[in-house]
Design a protein around this ligand. Structure first.
Ligand SMILES: C[S@@+](CC[C@H](N)C(=O)[O-])C[C@H]1O[C@@H](n2cnc3c(N)ncnc32)[C@H](O)[C@@H]1O
Length: 205
């Protein structure tokens, strides 16, 4: 599911990873019928669009009730205000299943300082969610119960997987999970993994 579709760049990528049985739900103030039509060319099963504001029109729509708790990936890329981003992350928490990820676009892009406030407001209020990865202008949140699973996956596989795809970066982990620390994708600094500033070899949990 995505809030903020525009011309569909992230919606296409998300839909490419959907199983045939999984619905793709797209919400935007503007009509995104053309994006949905193009996605149906490779994912014909279930593409649902809702035209209108996420916090009002979508919340009152049939798909909101129908797909509540069903989504396993939820992308937030609608209005970039603090209140709008916060409201959309809350919708993400309502729409997602166990082991789901909520991604927030433009996290790390200081053109939108207020968007960062929204992410941390949510994290401070909701200890049942944690940020598990950030970098490259994205933040990824998961349920706290699933944090260790994703943390282990990132620690063991992300660098190897990205290197095989031709991407080189350093994965930093500068603090503990209980200190809001998480893995962070950084420009390559000569090593794959780097830990705390005090001891870069100590990649803590
Ligand atoms: C940055 S663009 C999205 C870019 C898109 N995800 C991509 O990958 O190219 C933001 C989109 O959010 C939509 N939008 C803004 N506020 C919204 C809201 N409250 N509810 C739904 N959509 C919203 C805009 O109409 C616009 O299409």
């Amino acid at each position: 599911m995505e809030i903020g579709v525009w011309r569909g760049k992230s919606a296409f990528l998300g839909a490419l990873h959907a199983q045939p049985s999984e619905p793709v739900v797209l919400v935007d103030i503007s009509d995104v019928t053309d994006v949905a039509e193009q996605i149906r060319t490779f994912h014909p099963e279930s593409v649902v669009t809702v035209t209108g504001r996420s916090s009002s029109v979508f919340r009152a729509s049939a798909p909101y009730e129908q797909y509540r708790t069903a989504m396993r990936f939820f992308h937030v890329d609608g209005g970039h205000s603090c209140v709008g981003t916060y409201a959309d992350i809350v919708i993400g928490s309502e729409m997602t299943s166990d082991q789901a990820l909520i991604s927030i676009d433009d996290f790390g892009n200081m053109r939108y300082p207020q968007l960062h406030a929204a992410v941390f407001k949510f994290l401070f209020e909701r200890p049942d969610f944690r940020m598990v990865l950030c970098g490259a202008n994205k933040a990824y949140l998961c349920r706290t119960e699933d944090f260790a699973f994703y943390d282990g996956l990132i620690r063991d596989q992300l660098v190897r997987h990205a290197t095989a795809l031709g991407s080189r970066f350093t994965l930093a982990r500068t603090s503990y999970a209980h200190d809001y620390g998480c893995f962070s994708v950084q420009p390559f600094e000569g090593r794959d993994l780097v830990g705390r500033d005090e001891d870069p070899d100590d990649v803590v949990f």
